[in-house]
Design a protein around this ligand. Structure first.
Ligand code: FES
Length: 69
């Protein structure tokens, strides 16, 4: 059984964007604060503005957090 309350915040934090030093938790927080597109996250946290290798991961986190919204 899944506990919805535990959700994503219970996941161990990890570095998503090594270029800009952006953690998973920072991306989740930004999404909760209303940065709900990759472009917005990129502008706010600078994710994906270096080598670009984190772009698919950031997009996956967005999908995961927003579901089918
Ligand atoms: S790891 Fe995010 S831009 Fe390089």
């Amino acid at each position: 059984m899944t506990n919805k309350k535990s959700g994503l915040l219970q996941r161990p934090d990890y570095l998503v964007c090594t270029c800009m030093g952006v953690m998973y938790s920072e991306i989740c927080q930004a999404i909760e604060d209303g940065y709900t597109t990759f472009d917005q996250l990129s502008e706010f946290l600078l994710v994906g503005t270096g080598c670009n290798s984190c772009v698919p991961e950031v997009k996956d986190i967005l999908k995961e957090k927003l579901g089918d919204k």
